[in-house]
Write a protein that binds this ligand. Sequence first.
Ligand SMILES: NC(=O)C1=CN([C@@H]2O[C@H](COP(=O)(O)OP(=O)(O)OC[C@H]3O[C@@H](n4cnc5c(N)ncnc54)[C@H](O)[C@@H]3O)[C@@H](O)[C@H]2O)[C@@H](O)CC1
Ligand SMILES: [K+]
Length: 489
Amino acid sequence: MIEAWSADDVRAAEAALMETLPEGELMARAATGLAEVAAARLQESGGSRVVALVGPGNNGGDALYAAAQLAEHGFAVAVVRAGWPVHEGGLAAAREAGVIVVGPGQDEGEDWRALLGEADLVVDGVLGIGGRPGLPEPAQPWVDAVPDDAYVLAVDLPSGQDPAGVAAVPDAVFADETVTFGVVKPVHLLPATEPAVGRLTVVDIGLDVDAPAAVQRVTRDDVARLWPVPTAGDDKYSRGVLGVVAGGEQYTGAAILCCTAAVCSGVGMVRYVGPPTPTGLVRATVPEAVTGEGRVQAWVVGPGLDAEATGESGERQLDVAARALASDLPVLVDAGGLDLVWGRRMAPTLLTPHAGELARLLTRLTEREVTRDQVQAAPVDHAREAADATGATVLLKGATTLVVPPTSSGLAVRSQNDAPAWLATAGAGDVLAGLAGTLLAAGLDPLDAGSLAALVHGVAADAANPGGPVRALAVAHGIPGTVAALLAR
Ligand SMILES: NC(=O)C1=CN([C@@H]2O[C@H](COP(=O)(O)OP(=O)(O)OC[C@H]3O[C@@H](n4cnc5c(N)ncnc54)[C@H](O)[C@@H]3O)[C@@H](O)[C@H]2O)[C@@H](O)CC1
Ligand SMILES: [K+]
């Protein structure tokens, strides 16, 4: 599991660690780690010219000390600063090492724009975890002038991005690599900001954070610990029976994809409930599935479901969906099923909307117009609002998938970015529902079920056709081999 801690918790841990260390030791460790990464990248690319953009806080201090070390190693190093005071010790060390310092009242005559235009590597030390979202005004032209072929190495986080990872800032720094210190922070993992981070390198500075993580990411190495592996004493009932209320006379494919994914994920048994056409198709294509109601351990309600279906069979299906939602069993609610969610469920519940569906759900639940764009600009906040309004865990699908439990649970947000962009294809959500539903039926809680399913779904998509297009059915068929490979790690 990769874990990230909030800026406040990191600061508290840093303060405690600093008490035990000589003055300046922690920053020296950070700067040394940063300079080592910068030197390695320059050696890899054959570059020699470095420009460090230096802000007013300790993030700028890290950049200044690293600039000094790089100059001592023989690289040509310049520092660009604005009128703000900069870290004094760092500035003195940089000057001592022969770094050119450009900015108001500094070596006049040197042109920051010309230096930056020639840079092989740019160290972004404008703002770190003390930054508010958005770049300070003098730094915006610097960032805009960074040449496309320069390697941008961000100190701790790409400056101007939200350290909490909540808000997206499109004109802040987008780095090729970010060197962070001690521990990962939410900015590095959450969807609004992760695209700006680039490659993430963590430098050990001896920091231990004794607080619950704010964000977690399940990795391939966690699968063996979390996946419900059957034992000799298990039978199909003890492994978990999943009821699937999906598909309609219109959307028949969703029923097939969801049931296929469930049987490919190792469910004990699937009981499918739907109108005659999808029922016939499920019988024909998923012979393992049983059709009709019966005892189940969890439900999937909604893939391809028409929440306004009329006619006897449609109404009967909606009646089963309503009873599933009213039951005390775990339920995964997807797509059309989201239109049936009104109040809070007390039993474990996983809602799996994409941004548009979440906007619609929030508009209905809060009687306030919420748009898809608003959800995409602040995904964690909106998923959290839906989780708090319903008591459910909300899995928000996207390039990075968020799994957000209600605030009252005290649990960390999960953020998974395991899927290739090819997975943005019709039917992929139906497969995810069958996969996550299987995990709920096996007894996993919604947070583990959602994040583990997102991971396996992404890995299966990539394995099905590495680097190329993939259809949803191929993802479902790839699940058995993917799970086996992950369990064998
Ligand atoms: N605290 C520690 O012990 C350590 C901190 N380190 C570094 O210190 C950084 C945090 O340093 P600071 O707390 O000084 O914070 P920052 O260096 O992130 O900058 C904070 C300063 O910028 C100003 N500011 C913030 N957002 C702004 C905005 N949008 N526009 C204009 N001005 C803005 C603030 O008022 C403050 O003066 C970390 O990210 C890391 O790089 C490392 O040296 C490791 C040790
Ligand atoms: K930075």
